[in-house]
Design a protein. Sequence first.
Length: 176
Amino acid sequence: MAARNPATPRTDIHEAPASAAPDTASSHRTDVARTDRNPERADRAGGTGRTDIADHVVAKIAGMAAREVRGVHRMGGGAARAFDAVRERIPGSTSTNTAARGVSVEVGQTQTAVDINLVVEYGISIPDLAAVVRRNVTAGVERMTGLEVTEVNVTVDDIHLPDEDTQETPAEPRVR
């Protein structure tokens, strides 16, 4: 299984994410003052103006929320993973932020749509996994940004087999 931060909670397929509870999600949403959504809240917040959230910020939030789901082995399509594997072998190369790998978003003034590519662990129910990923991504993005998530499209690009762990280790170099 992919290494992860032990402090990051994982959401099991058969449990709803804690942030998806209706009473906690709505309480988080009221803390976000978005003047372009509700002028009355902006007046109560004591300021006027607009809050713009960059696409890559929403993509990072969605990527982290998807990774929290148990059964997600890796994020990104085959081309992104292959490119990163090549980049890792180049001395001195810097890896790009992996939080948004496999995630593309469209962000409007009040709404966002998310597309996610991922690799699942063998033995996991893909429909159940996709449903939990959708719930977790929706709850995380809406809580942190105040944007309404209109859709979360999940594409399963590959399945990770248990015996693939031994094949992923780099071979011994032929010359020194």
